[in-house]
Design a binder for this molecule. Structure first.
Ligand code: NAI
Ligand code: MG
Length: 372
């Protein structure tokens, strides 16, 4: 018996390349796991009409956690055109399997550390160590969207909020609405995770990034809950900032910030900006973490133009693997892996194209193995 069962989901495109690199490193670490391959991604949408087949969900239910490479995603109309002929016209609607996993397994924390490793030529500055906590299951990405906009809804919303009457002349076809749903439960658990992380890893502040002056109800709720949670962490300061201003400050003074916490879409934006400060997609890792299950992934997509060429940087995937080891409390192994990654970056001999080198994805994996 192995200690862990890891769901192995390379997905599409370069997801396959970076997962192969990861396996080389995990084997060298002698990580005691069984890897259970699970189907996910575009191929299964086209062939079966479901990018997240039921059998994959069943595999995940038997696993400790999952490692995920990347998937290809397309807007629903384009996606429908790529279905195999026998599935066309059946009303199948594409939806992202990774968003599906987050909701199905209630993986409410999206953890995205952004650390500048010394010697990375892509660092914006060398003193950056940000950790973004993005709420992963609600907010503007709840998936509660309407088009055409039903007349009944318009009537009832106008009854409760007269501002809606501004749109009364707009035809139902000419109007789309996405709901930004924030719950106290959702707000509390993500903010609490952010504070606990700050406490555990010694960050003096947690910055709550919202927009309560405009989004009075939803960001307002995040702010109220944030202040309440902060009372349980007297040693950590709560900073409240607005999303727009925060984007400027992150560029001006990135070293002022440690842990940042925010709702789903703002978190998507904050974490991509933060990732770019420390080298971009080749370095951006993330954990989708719930109370019992987690899926770790690089934040990049399937980069179709590089698929199967072993050209892309596996560091993001390997840093996601480090997050998995942290989550499994394999702290020593996590540290060994991170320091090997840092050494290869600092040494600067083995670099993929994004860092100005011409090494392959697997060269990087082998170089890291050499530093373990
Ligand atoms: P992408 O992240 O796949 O790639 C954009 C560009 O970033 C690439 O062409 C490449 O130049 C660079 N890049 C990405 N990963 C890199 C790495 N590890 N090393 C070096 N350079 C790297 O984003 P794009 O092109 O917008 O989307 C491609 C597909 O991926 C789309 O179908 C999109 O929907 C999907 N996607 C999936 C995600 C996921 O699986 N979580 C996230 C983002 C996009
Ligand atoms: Mg994103």
């Amino acid at each position: 018996m192995t200690k862990y069962r890891i769901a192995w989901m390379p997905g599409d495109g370069i997801g396959v390349d970076v997962m192969e690199a990861t396996r080389i490193v995990l084997d060298a670490l002698k990580f005691d796991a069984e890897y259970v391959p699970a189907d996910i991604g575009w191929e299964f949408w086209c062939r079966e009409g479901n990018p997240l087949p039921q059998r994959t969900i069943e595999i995940l239910q038997t696993c400790t956690c999952g490692l995920f490479g990347a998937i290809t995603s397309k807007p629903k109309d384009e996606a429908a055109l790529e279905l195999s002929p026998e599935l066309q016209g059946k009303g199948l609607v594409y939806s992202s399997p990774i968003v599906g996993l987050r909701q199905l397994f209630d993986l409410y924390t999206n953890l995205r550390p952004c650390k500048a490793y010394p010697g990375n030529p892509l660092n914006y500055r060398d003193d950056i160590d940000l950790v973004v906590f993005r709420e992963n299951t609600e907010g503007l990405y709840s998936g509660v969207e309407f088009h055409p906009f039903p007349d009944e809804l318009r009537t009832i919303i106008t009854k409760y909020n007269p501002r809606m009457s501004r749109f009364e002349d707009i035809a139902r076809d000419d109007m789309s609405v996405s709901l930004r749903v924030i719950t106290t439960k959702g707000a509390r658990r993500i903010i609490k995770k952010a504070f606990e992380y700050a406490q555990q890893f010694g960050y003096p502040t947690v910055t709550l990034v919202e927009k309560p002056n405009v989004l009075r109800e939803t960001s307002g709720m995040m702010t109220r809950v944030g202040r309440d949670v902060a009372k349980d962490f007297p040693d950590i300061e709560l900073w409240e900032t607005n999303i727009d201003a925060q984007m400027m400050w992150l560029l001006k003074n990135p070293d002022d910030y440690g842990v940042l916490v925010t709702s789903n879409m703002f978190g998507d934006i904050v974490s991509d900006l933060s990732a770019q400060l420390v080298g971009g997609l080749g370095f951006a890792s993330s954990g989708n973490i719930g109370d019992e299950f987690a899926v770790f992934e690089p934040t990049h997509g399937s980069a179709p133009k590089y698929a199967g060429q072993y050209k892309v940087n596996p560091t993001a995937m390997l840093l996601a693997t480090k997050l998995m080891l942290d989550w499994l409390s394999e702290s020593e192994m996590a540290e060994v892996l991170e320091s090997a990654i840092a050494k290869v970056i600092a040494e600067g001999k083995v670099r993929t194209y994004d860092m100005g080198g011409d090494s392959s994805t697997l060269d990087v994996a082998h170089a890291i193995v050499g530093k373990l």
